[in-house]
Write a new protein. Structure first.
Length: 276
């Protein structure tokens, strides 16, 4: 059963490839830069770009399953090409934001889900919650410089998920029938405030890190230096909402993975070099 993995060099895609290789499945990895892929031996690497659907034709021909990174602008074309190429099952990297009314991110992912659902193919939508790796673009530079971390909404609770756990659910959907027609939400195993996250990062790295609360206006000004305004406002809105409606840990993930979900401390240990 040949499986095509798009976004194969991304945060989740790399783990999907490794999980499939470990299970002995034939994998075709699609990336825009095959020369920089750095994927496990035995993986067939193809040059392709989801923004140019026809570039995926060779990789998809004769494949049975597809792991689809979400690009809504071309999702319909990609899904149609996959179906005509012989693909029977698609596992989509989606987001828990699809259930949030008015969410731009949710609409982005829903467009991909609709294209797959309407195709008549077998499907699974892996709805990951906030990735722990987002900490790197929020605070990575500050932590590398020695801190302190200055941000608004220190008491805002998140249930940060390790990207490897999202990938593990996707691999389950690709290799078994357990998740056919399902849309599992994948979260981390613990509720942590932003201030607690900073404390844990310091503990794992063996460094003293402080969290200093700033106003939303001050935080917004800092975030605008590196992120588009709509993204900044979305992030601040999510954090403000989390003060009154904190996200919950998804039950049943341990049973699905066959092991406990990775903690935030484990994620920090896995990414310790990124904070150096």
């Amino acid at each position: 059963m040949t499986i095509v993995v798009t976004g194969a060099t991304g945060q989740v895609g790399r783990h999907v490839v490794r999980g499939l290789v470990k299970a002995g499945a034939p994998v075709r990895a699609v990336t825009r830069r095959p020369d920089r892929a750095g994927l496990p031996a035995g993986v067939e690497v193809y040059e392709g770009d989801l923004e140019t659907p026809d570039s995926l034709r060779t990789a998809l021909t004769g494949a049975e399953s597809l792991y689809l990174f979400p690009v809504p602008e071309t999702a319909g074309e990609v899904v149609d090409l996959a179906k005509r190429s012989g693909v029977r099952r698609i596992v989509v990297l989606s987001s828990s934001s699809v259930v949030e009314e008015g969410s731009h991110s949710g609409e982005h992912h829903l467009a991909v889900e609709r294209a797959v659902r309407d195709s008549g193919l077998e499907w699974t939508f892996v709805r990951g919650d906030e990735f722990a790796v987002n900490v790197l673009w929020k605070w990575g530079e500050t932590i590398r410089a020695g801190g302190p971390v200055r941000a608004p909404y220190g008491d805002a609770v998140r249930v940060l998920v390790h990207e490897a756990d999202v990938a593990a659910v996707a691999v389950t959907g690709l290799l078994t029938d357990r998740l056919l027609g399902a849309a599992p939400v994948v979260t981390g195993p613990e509720q942590l405030t932003q201030a607690e996250q900073v404390r844990i990062i310091g503990e794992v790295l063996g460094r003293e890190l402080r969290f200093e609360e700033v106003t939303p206006q001050e935080g917004r000004a800092v975030m605008l230096r590196g992120m588009p305004e709509p993204v900044v406002d979305m992030v601040l809105g999510i954090l403000a909402d989390a003060l009154v409606r904190p996200p919950r840990v998804t039950p049943g993930l341990e049973e699905l993975l066959g092991r406990p979900a990775r903690t935030f401390a484990e994620w920090v240990a896995d990414h310790a070099a990124d904070f150096s």
